[in-house]
Structures are given as C-alpha cells and as structure tokens.
Design a protein around this ligand. Structure first.
Ligand SMILES: *C/C=C(C)/C=C/C=C(C)/C=C/C1=C(C)CCCC1(C)C
Length: 247
C-alpha cells in the first residue's frame, strides 16, 4: 500500500466533531474569499470594515485547518488553538463596532474598553477550561469571564456603542441592533460549550453530559463570525443604496 494513503484518517459517520471542524474550515475560507473580493465593490469608507470581516473569517479558517488536524490525530479538543483564534478574532469584532460608530465620535478609549473586556473574558475562560477545569474551579473562572462578557453586552446594547450608533445613521443604528443580537444570543452559545466541556462548568456541576464542547463552539463560530461579517456587508450595501437614491 502507498504509505502516503495511511496519512489520511477516515472519519466515522457519527463523528460530528470532525465533521464540524471540516465544514467550519471550508465555510470560513469561502466567507473570506467573498469578503476580500467584495471589499472592492463597496464605497471606500466601508472598505476597512469589510477587510476586517474577511480577516476575522480568514484567521479562523487557518486555525480551523490546524484544529481539524489536531482533533483528527489526537481525538482531543484543540483548546490552545481555539483560544489563540478567539484572542485575535474577538478583538477584531470589537474594532468593527468602533469603525461603524467612528463617524459620530467613537474614541479609541471606547475601543480599548471593548478590547480589554474581551481579552479579560477570554483569558479567564482559558484558565477555567485549560488550566483548572476542575469541579471546584472551572465555574468560578467561567463566572469571572462572564463579567467581561456582560460588560461588552452592556456597552453595545445600552452604553456608548448604542448611543453613538443611534446618532450615526438609521442604517448604522439598525446594523448595530443586529450585531447586538449576535453578541447577546450568538455569543451566549459559548458558555453552553464551556458548561458542557468542563467538570464543574455550572456552579460546580457537570451538566450537558454527552454534548461536545467542540461541536457547540464550531456552530457558534460559524454563526457569529460569518453572520457578523455579512451584517457589516449588508450595512455597506444599504448605505450605498440610500445615498445613490438621494443623488
Ligand atoms: C469568533 C469567536 C467568538 C465570537 C468567541 C466568543 C467567545 C465568548 C463570548 C466566550 C465566552 C465565555 C464565557 C462568557 C464564560 C465561559 C468562558 C467563555 C470564554 C467560553
């Protein structure tokens, strides 16, 4: 037998973890190509936003390529790659909020608050998931992590991001509302994965037995990263349609 053929691992029909890593990788790649091409078809003022949408999915695609391999070879969760991916892409999502509200005065201090809260959320989450995934510790770290998450939700729904978005334009206000729903509902998928994947995820209890943390995270990433980018893309299209009508 050709020894090279042995390198290709078979995937069982019921291996949803491997399946979602593969399909996630391709979906992120496809979305990146779309955003990188479409950034040239929007008004110049939207170009950076669409470029960042593409960077978010592209960084994820590369990480998914590694995570897919790692998982197939070891059967383990690629926790380290996962958090490196998030540590790069979640702050970039914060940059998207800054860019769409910059016109009405978003400051770098607001951007810093968003990024700091997201890094806090991810570092404490990593500690609970990779360093102390124990019955007594993991839920405490998950709880601490959630404080960063709720602060981001607050800023986007009621705080400076919401106020600035409502002052920018109707299209930006509407897009911010959609993105705010992604953060409130789409991002809430992640704590579910965390609870499923750590010993004491929910106040010291191991619940969601049999639910794969990786499947939950992979679904969350596809919804949030691609959905976020498409919302920004739709915003650019909508504003362009509005301005061309008024000309
Ligand atoms: C593209 C990746 C995204 C949008 C990742 C988002 C991740 C989170 C919102 C994670 C949140 C967590 C908590 C709120 C508590 C438990 C620990 C985390 C890190 C899973």
């Amino acid at each position: 037998m050709n020894p090279l053929l042995l390198e290709i691992m078979p995937i069982a029909n019921n291996n949803y973890v491997a399946f979602t890593f593969f399909i996630g990788c391709m979906a992120m790649l496809g979305a990146s190509v779309f955003f990188f091409f479409e950034m040239w078809n929007v008004d110049k003022k939207w170009r950076t936003s669409i470029l960042i949408s593409g960077l978010i999915t592209f960084i994820a695609a590369v990480h998914y390529y590694y995570m897919r391999d790692y998982n197939l070879a070891t059967g383990q969760s690629p926790t380290f790659f996962r958090y490196v991916d998030w540590l790069l892409t979640v702050p970039l999502m914060c940059v998207e909020f800054y860019l769409i509200t910059k016109k009405s005065g978003a400051t770098t201090s607001l951007l810093t608050k968003l990024i700091a809260a997201s890094v806090f959320m991810l570092v404490t989450g990593y500690i609970g998931e990779a360093i102390y995934p124990t019955e007594t510790q993991s839920w405490i770290w998950g709880f601490i992590s959630s404080l960063g998450y709720f602060y981001i939700v607050y800023l986007i729904w009621f705080g400076d991001v919401a106020k600035l978005a409502n002052n920018t334009s109707p299209a930006v206000a509407a897009a911010n509302r959609t993105l705010a729903w992604f953060v409130l509902v789409g991002w809430a998928i992640y704590p579910i994965g965390y609870i499923a994947g750590t010993e004491g995820g929910l106040f010291g209890m191991k619940v969601l037995e049999g639910v794969s943390l990786d499947v939950v995270y992979n679904i969350g990433d596809a919804i949030n990263k691609i959905g976020f980018g498409l919302t920004i893309y739709a915003l650019a299209q909508r504003e362009m349609a509005m301005t061309s009508k008024s000309v």
